[in-house]
Design a protein. Structure first.
Length: 276
């Protein structure tokens, strides 16, 4: 974007200074990632530069070693189940909170988003005590339920934000035409709030896929997720396979961010706003 013609010399300097500062901050934030990713192609098991050679053996170990491949499968299983549950529960909660006459709306909203505020270690201890009484510690169901509790607030917030711009007269119009409430939801409401639901689902997936603290408390020795496997590998024996796993996670997160941006632009187009 060019500098506006009416800018003074001082405003022009400030214009470029802000952009240089933002670029430096961005470089500072992504530099650890940029440093780790090339090491995943190192031919030797050392985290040093310059690399003695190029090799894909750490990616081969990541994808074909039963310990790592099993952890990836476990992470996807838990994350997908968590996404389905969190999206369903979060959407229902957001629909209820969007009603103007909903009682104690502020209190319930504060309770729903509390897992985002409370430190994860405190939530993990509480979940361990609660699930231990229900014999869910060491089970996949316990991990899924715990991750659902952590991920649901993200769905609630994104769907609530989408509903804030939703024209509620469309629901009354559908009801006046004789449509049942579930028909109005699936035919009228859901297509319009779908970008918000998908955004919340992506946040729920990433929250579950990257979580390690709760899994440390609830997982059995056989059920290792990918973050737990990486954490254990760092404590027990540092291997460049961890850098390969980190690179794969970065690529997945980048794909998620691109998808979220595309959904945001689509939602703006549906509202008649020019994408920024």
């Amino acid at each position: 974007m060019a500098v506006p013609a009416y800018y003074t010399r001082g405003e022009t300097v400030m214009y470029y200074a802000v952009r240089v500062f933002v670029a430096l901050v961005l470089l500072f934030l992504i530099s650890p990632i940029l440093a780790v990713m090339p090491l995943s192609f190192n031919s030797e098991s050392f985290f040093t530069y310059p690399m003695p050679g190029f090799s894909l053996k750490w990616y081969e170990d990541f994808f074909f070693n039963p310990r790592w491949s099993g952890a990836v499968k476990m992470s996807f299983l838990v994350a997908i189940a968590t996404t389905i549950l969190a999206t369903a529960l979060g959407t229902l909660a957001a629909l209820g909170l969007a009603r103007a006459n909903f009682p104690a709306k502020a209190t319930i909203m504060a309770i729903l988003i509390s897992p985002m505020i409370v430190p994860v270690i405190i939530s993990a201890v509480g979940m361990f005590k609660f699930y231990a009484a229900m014999d869910l510690v060491g089970t996949r169901l316990g991990i899924i339920l715990a991750h659902t509790a952590l991920a649901t607030p993200f769905v609630v917030i994104t769907v609530t934000a989408t509903l804030s711009s939703f024209d509620k007269t469309l629901m009354r119009a559908g009801a006046s035409c004789g449509a049942a409430p579930h028909t109005v939801f699936f035919k009228v409401v859901m297509p319009l709030i779908l970008p918000g639901m998908i955004s919340g689902a992506l946040f729920a997936f990433v929250t579950s896929f990257d979580e390690v603290i709760v899994v440390l408390f609830l997982a059995s020795p056989e059920d290792r997720t990918l973050p737990l496997q990486m954490f254990s590998g760092i404590r027990e024996m540092i291997s460049p396979t961890i850098t390969a796993a980190a690179t794969v996670l970065v690529l997945i997160s980048t794909a998620m961010l691109i998808t979220l941006e595309m959904l945001r632009r689509r939602a703006e187009r549906l509202r008649g706003v020019a994408p920024s």
